[in-house]
Design a protein around this ligand. Structure first.
Ligand SMILES: Nc1ncnc2c1ncn2[C@@H]1O[C@H](COP(=O)(O)OP(=O)(O)OP(=O)(O)O)[C@@H](O)[C@H]1O
Ligand SMILES: [Mg+2]
Length: 403
C-alpha cells in the first residue's frame, strides 16, 4: 500500500481466536428457571456459528477495509479447530494459523434467549498456550504492523509478568515491524484478574508502538482500587460516564511514559481518546511511520462517537475500531482523519449484532464520513484546557500542541 516499503503484508493480527456457537431461540418469553432445569430438553432453532476474538474480528474487518492481512492464532486438531480453519480458508487467511495436536480449540457457547441477559460458556483452549514459538517471525518480517489482541484471555501471555509477550514484541520490533496491542478486561475473580497488570504493562509497553486498550481496562490495570470505586460510584449506570477528562489524560500520560508513542483509549458511546508523544519518540516507530507526520506529534484529541439510528449490539466494537484506526493510519492519513475512521468503523459495528456484518468497505465508510455523519454529544467545554476543533467536531485537550 505504501510505495516506499516493500513489505507485502500490511497487518498481522495475532492473539485470541475462538469459534462462537449461538443457538437461536424460537419466540420470546423464555423463563430462565425453566430453561435450565436438570433433565429438561430445550428445543432451539438453528445454530449460528462464527469465528470470534480479535484475530478474526479485527483481521476480517481490516480485510473488508481493503488492507492486506495475515492471521496468527492457535487451534487444536478437533472439530472446532477444523471449523475455524475452514472459515478462515474461505477468506484466504489461514496461512499463519497454527494447528497443534493434543490441545483443544477455543469455543464460546452464547446462550442468549430473547429478554434474558446473555450467558457465555467459554473454553480458552489453545489460546492459553499461545507463545513465542507460535509466532511465525518470517511473516512478521514481511508485515508493516504486528497487532496482538486480548492477552488477558491467553494464560502464557500474562504469566511470568508477561515475559513471553515481551519477547514477542521485542523480536517484532527488532525486525523493524511497527507493533500494536489491545487488551481485554480480565475477570477480577479469575487468575488473569489477579496478576499485576501494571508490571506486565511496564515489561511489554516499551516494545509497543500503538497501544489501543479501552478506558475501563486501563483503569483496572493501572489502579484496581480506583476501578472498583468508580464501578461502585456508577452503580447501575455505565462507568464510562464517570470519567473526567483529567482522569483520562492522567491515565494516557502514564501509558505514554511506559513506552508507546501512540496511545488510544476506547470509550464506547463516549467515543475515542487519543494521545501522542514527541517527534523523536514517534520516529522510533518502525516501518509504518505516520503519514502526514506533523499532525501526529504531541497531540491530545477526544472524538465523540458517531450517532447510529439503531443500536444492535457492541460485540467486537473495539476490534472494529482498531481495524478502522489501522486502515486509516496505514493509508498515511492525518491523526484527525484516522480518528474519524476508528470511530466510524466502531459505530458501523454496533449496527449489527455480530462482530462483522455491520462493517462497510473503505469507500462506503469514507462516504459516510464525508456526508457529515452526526456525532453523539460529548460536552467537554466546561473542563479547563479543552476546546472544539470545529472542522472535525473533535475535542482538543490541554496536552494538544497543534495550535
Ligand atoms: N453505542 C455506540 N454508538 C456509536 N459508536 C460506538 C458505540 N459503542 C462503541 N462505539 C465506537 O466503537 C469504538 C470502540 O468501542 P468500545 O469503546 O466499546 O471498545 P472496547 O471497550 O474495546 O469494546 P469491546 O472490547 O467490548 O469490543 C468507540 O471508541 C466508539 O467510537
Ligand atoms: Mg476491547
Amino acid at each position: 500500500m505504501n510505495k516506499n516499503t516493500e513489505r507485502p503484508i500490511d497487518v498481522i493480527v495475532a492473539g485470541h481466536i475462538c469459534l462462537d456457537l449461538i443457538p437461536t431461540f424460537p419466540g420470546t418469553g423464555v423463563d430462565y428457571q425453566e430453561l435450565f432445569s436438570p433433565g429438561k430438553l430445550v428445543k432451539v432453532s438453528e445454530l449460528v456459528t462464527s469465528t470470534g476474538g480479535p484475530v478474526s474480528n479485527t483481521g476480517l474487518a481490516l480485510k473488508k477495509l481493503g488492507i492486506k492481512v495475515a492471521l496468527m492464532g492457535k487451534v487444536g486438531t478437533d472439530f472446532i479447530g477444523d471449523g475455524i480453519i475452514s472459515r478462515l480458508r474461505e477468506e484466504g487467511l489461514d496461512e499463519g494459523m497454527r494447528i497443534v495436536v493434543g490441545e483443544s480449540s477455543s469455543y464460546t457457547i452464547a446462550i442468549a434467549p430473547p429478554g434474558i441477559d446473555r450467558m457465555f460458556l467459554h473454553n480458552p483452549g489453545a489460546n492459553d498456550t499461545f507463545g513465542f514459538a507460535d509466532v511465525d517471525f518470517d511473516l512478521v518480517e514481511k508485515a508493516r504492523v504486528f497487532h496482538l489482541g486480548y492477552p488477558p484471555l491467553m494464560e502464557r501471555m500474562y504469566s511470568d509478568d508477561g515475559r513471553e509477550m515481551m519477547d514477542i514484541f521485542w523480536k517484532a520490533k527488532e525486525l523493524g515491524t511497527t507493533t500494536s496491542l489491545d487488551v481485554a478486561l480480565p475477570d477480577p475473580t479469575s487468575p488473569a484478574g489477579k496478576v499485576d497488570w501494571r508490571i506486565i504493562l511496564k515489561n511489554v509497553l516499551p516494545w509497543v508502538d500503538i497501544y489501543l486498550p479501552s478506558l475501563e481496562e486501563t483503569l483496572y490495570m493501572l489502579d484496581r482500587d480506583a476501578f472498583f470505586k468508580k464501578k461502585e460510584q456508577a452503580g447501575k449506570s455505565d462507568m464510562l460516564d464517570f470519567f473526567t477528562p483529567d482522569e483520562v489524560s492522567a491515565l494516557a500520560d502514564e501509558l505514554l511514559q511506559m513506552g508507546p508513542p501512540i496511545v488510544g483509549l476506547k470509550a464506547g458511546h463516549r467515543g475515542f481518546y487519543l494521545r501522542t508523544s514527541t517527534k523523536e519518540h514517534l520516529e522510533k516507530i518502525g516501518v509504518a511511520k505516520p503519514g502526514n507526520f506533523n499532525t501526529w506529534v504531541e497531540r491530545e484529541l477526544w472524538s465523540p462517537s458517531f450517532h447510529v439510528e439503531k443500536f444492535a449490539g457492541a460485540t467486537g466494537s473495539g476490534d472494529s475500531a482498531i481495524a478502522g484506526f489501522l486502515a486509516a493510519y496505514l493509508r498515511g492519513l492525518s491523526i484527525e482523519t484516522t480518528l474519524q475512521y476508528a470511530t466510524a468503523v466502531g459505530a458501523n459495528n454496533v449496527t449489527a449484532p455480530d462482530a462483522l456484518s455491520g462493517i462497510k468497505d473503505w469507500e462506503t465508510t469514507t462516504q459516510q464520513i464525508k456526508d457529515g455523519w452526526a456525532h453523539n454529544p460529548l460536552e467537554l467545554d466546561q473542563f479547563p484546557g479543552w476546546r472544539l476543533d470545529e472542522d472535525y467536531g473533535i475535542w482538543l485537550g490541554p496536552g494538544d500542541k497543534s495550535k
